[in-house]
Design a binder for this molecule. Structure first.
Ligand code: 15L
Length: 270
């Protein structure tokens, strides 16, 4: 892999991944709607609004691999999600096909399965239960990934990212936290591993409180280094200060599940 495009390069995950992937791929091209504030002289930037196909094609032309982090990364109004994550994601995969890109690593989210209760341990083959319009848009991205993999031979890896950061910040994040180095490891498997055709991974570190079976990632060599339990005292102390949220505490998606919730928690499915 000589030339890799990172979309959403100015965002939180993009900013860290750029540093972690530097030197591993000879040419890293960055794109976003806005120029990253910390753009280094040796970094190449192509401004692109994902909802604009011509701009996306310009960003994609000539790359072999794409790490697609771009889009709206939390719950939002329908039109925002539609432009950034539905139309934007379609444009990205379609531009990848037109320009014969070999691989796409798609930043999916735990919010595609947010409505599974915390007491369930699930793999990547369960029916999706998105917890938000945002989660639905990530499910759409995963579906596009499967379409382009099986119809057009694009090698696609979808990573259902839990919560990315230097440390887990509350009880829920003790289960779903992913350390930056571990996410970088998963991205590299998606970009490099010869056996990748179409894969779905959970973007999660080695968390003893975890809810997800990440066998597919382990099969391809993933060896997470982050252990959320090492941060449990601070995370639980922070959690104790949060207001009660019975719906969010029941489900894996947390506050994304209680937000706009209008059913009764007594009907919560297992
Ligand atoms: C996500 O998908 C979001 O992008 C991130 O901001 C967090 O909210 C994370 O999920 C989470 O579930 O903690």
């Amino acid at each position: 892999m000589q030339t890799v495009l990172i979309t959403g390069a100015a965002g939180g995950i993009g900013t860290r991944l750029r540093q972690l992937l530097k030197g591993i791929y000879p040419n890293i091209r960055l794109s976003d709607v806005k120029r990253p504030a910390d753009l280094a002289p040796d970094e190449t930037f192509v401004q692109a609004d994902l909802a604009n196909m011509a701009e996306v094609e310009k960003a994609v032309a000539g790359v072999e691999g794409i790490v697609h982090l771009g889009g709206f990364s939390v719950e939002g109004a329908w039109d925002t999600i539609l432009q950034s994550n539905i139309i934007g994601c379609y444009n990205l995969f379609e531009a990848a096909r037109r320009h014969r890109v070999e691989r796409v690593v798609f930043a999916s989210s735990n919010h595609v399965i947010g409505y599974y209760p915390r007491r369930r341990r699930i793999g990547v083959d369960v029916a999706l239960r998105p917890d938000s319009r945002y989660g639905v848009s990530k499910a759409f991205g995963e579906a596009l990934g499967a379409l382009y993999a099986f119809k057009h031979g694009l090698r696609v890896t979808c990573i259902r990212i839990g919560n990315f950061g230097d440390a887990p910040v509350d009880r829920r994040r003790l289960s779903i936290w992913v350390a930056p180095q571990d996410l970088a490891q998963l991205v590299r498997i998606g970009l490099d591993h010869p056996d990748v055709r179409h894969e779905i991974f959970y973007g999660v570190s080695d968390n003893v409180r975890g809810w997800w079976d990440n066998a597919a990632a382990f099969r391809l060599g993933y060896r997470p280094q982050g252990r959320s339990e090492e941060h449990s005292a601070a995370a639980l102390a922070a959690d104790a200060k949060l207001p009660p949220d019975p719906v969010g505490e029941w489900y894996q998606g947390g506050p994304f599940c209680s937000d706009e919730f209008s059913d009764g928690i007594e009907r919560a499915p297992l």
